[in-house]
Design a protein around this ligand. Structure first.
Ligand SMILES: *Cc1c(COP(=O)(O)O)cnc(C)c1O
Ligand SMILES: [Zn+2]
Length: 403
């Protein structure tokens, strides 16, 4: 049995109801009766690696037309060189940039757009700092339905904007930040019959929880001690925590990792609330950071995230833009993994917490890198020297190569 439950007042709703939030305005969570689920490692292992490998734990009707681009199944790298450099023996990187559109959002959209079709929707929409729109545009194209995207104008990383345009979404810039755009698309979804696929949509997070399933699966169901990830609208940290809890309930793992959420200094309402021991956040009016994917002042899933941190005995920390850029370079040059700035904040946060003695160097740690480097090429040209140009002659070439 599946139902929706408000995380604030516990009111329950049937899954057929096309709603995003409770009457009390609390966000909803999908509850699957795990007592009915039978799943075992051998059966899983015979299936293709990816989101749909875990279909018993996903809330989709058997008869549904599943919209998929082969999302999930991303690599988990043992980061030997980076680990040595920062003094962690067992450091892993789960690289979500390897998804079809280059971010973990695809895991949510395969469920979200499949759900949209179940509801009979012909238009889907979102507000986005970039990756949600890139992903939704692609999945809407696959499903052959219309897609509306509202973006904070002038604030979108070039690669993400290019993707939304390429996949044929109606892309509109909003004078304002992400939070303003989200407010408008929520209004629009009611008036214009648009199915909303921001992370306020509880179904989307059901896809994202497969990050937890895959991490456990790739570590032979010996979950890590800790998972470190960037936090923006708070959907992903909530989804991953839910995923680990469900794996434990169905008996596939015995322990749960400590969740560690990293925000950028200029957009860190969750870190502030966490450190002050508050249950909910105070929104940041003008969020600022180069890490555009986490430039969010009023995260909709903050309550879920704060609970995930608390339940797991976790930590929340913020990092500066310089720390983020430094970490981006380290992952790129020590591990060969190119990530966008938001993603690098997980490594930046880990370094900071190790130095502060808040994380034990003997832990088995998984950092999630959420999006691909090509999402934001401009930041690279801004931070790094462009190649010099020479005449096509060997002597000139020898002159300029100084290893
Ligand atoms: C969406 C996104 C995030 C933030 O995830 P939330 O679920 O909003 O907390 C972080 N990094 C990248 C690359 C993203 O696309
Ligand atoms: Zn409620």
């Amino acid at each position: 049995m599946i139902q929706l439950r408000c995380i604030k007042c516990n009111k329950k709703y049937p899954p057929e109801k096309r709603i995003y939030t409770c009457q009390c305005s609390g966000v909803l969570e999908v509850e699957i009766d795990l007592g009915e689920v039978s799943i075992d490692k051998d059966r899983l292992r015979r299936r293709k690696f990816g989101v749909w490998r875990y279909r018993e734990l996903l809330p989709i009707n058997k008869e549904s037309k599943i919209i998929t681009l082969g999302e999930g199944g991303t690599p988990l790298y043992k980061a030997e060189t980076l680990g040595r450099k920062i003094g962690v023996k067992n450091l892993y990187i789960k690289n979500e940039g390897a998804n079809p559109t280059g971010s973990f959002k695809d895991r949510g959209m395969t469920i979200g757009v499949t759900k949209a079709l179940e509801f009979g929707a012909t238009i889907v929409g979102c507000a986005s700092t970039g990756n949600t729109s890139a992903s939704l545009a692609a999945y809407a194209a696959k499903a052959q339905i219309k897609c509306l995207v509202l973006l904070p104008s002038g604030k979108i990383a070039l690669g993400k904007l290019a993707q939304a345009i390429l996949h044929g979404a109606k892309v509109i810039g909003i004078k304002g930040n992400f939070d303003t755009a989200l407010k408008l698309v929520r209004e629009a979804s009611e008036e214009l019959n648009i199915y909303l696929l921001n992370s306020i949509n509880p179904w989307r997070l059901e896809g994202q929880k497969t990050e937890a399933f895959e991490i456990a699966d790739q570590l032979d169901f010996q979950p890590p001690d800790r998972v470190v990830l960037p936090v923006g609208n708070c959907g992903n940290i909530s989804a991953i925590w839910k995923g680990f809890k469900e794996l434990k309930i169905v008996g596939l793992i015995d322990s749960l990792p400590i969740m560690t959420g990293i925000q950028a200094k200029g957009a860190s309402p969750v870190v502030k609330a966490f450190k002050q021991g508050r249950e909910d956040i105070t929104p940041v009016e003008k969020p600022e950071t180069i890490a555009s994917a986490i430039r969010i002042g009023a995260p909709v899933n903050a309550l879920k995230a704060l609970r995930a941190l608390k339940e797991s005995g976790g930590i929340a920390e913020s990092v500066s833009d310089d720390e983020i850029l430094n970490a981006q370079k380290m992952i790129a040059c020590l591990e060969g993994i190119g990530v966008e700035p938001a993603s690098a904040s997980s490594i930046a946060g880990l370094i900071k917490l190790l130095e502060a003695g808040e994380i034990d160097r003997d832990e088995r740690i998984v950092c999630i890198t959420t999006g691909h480097a090509l999402k934001d090429p401009e930041i690279i040209f801004k931070e790094y020297e462009r190649p010099i140009e020479i005449e096509p002659r060997l002597d000139k070439l020898k002159e300029v190569i100084k290893w």
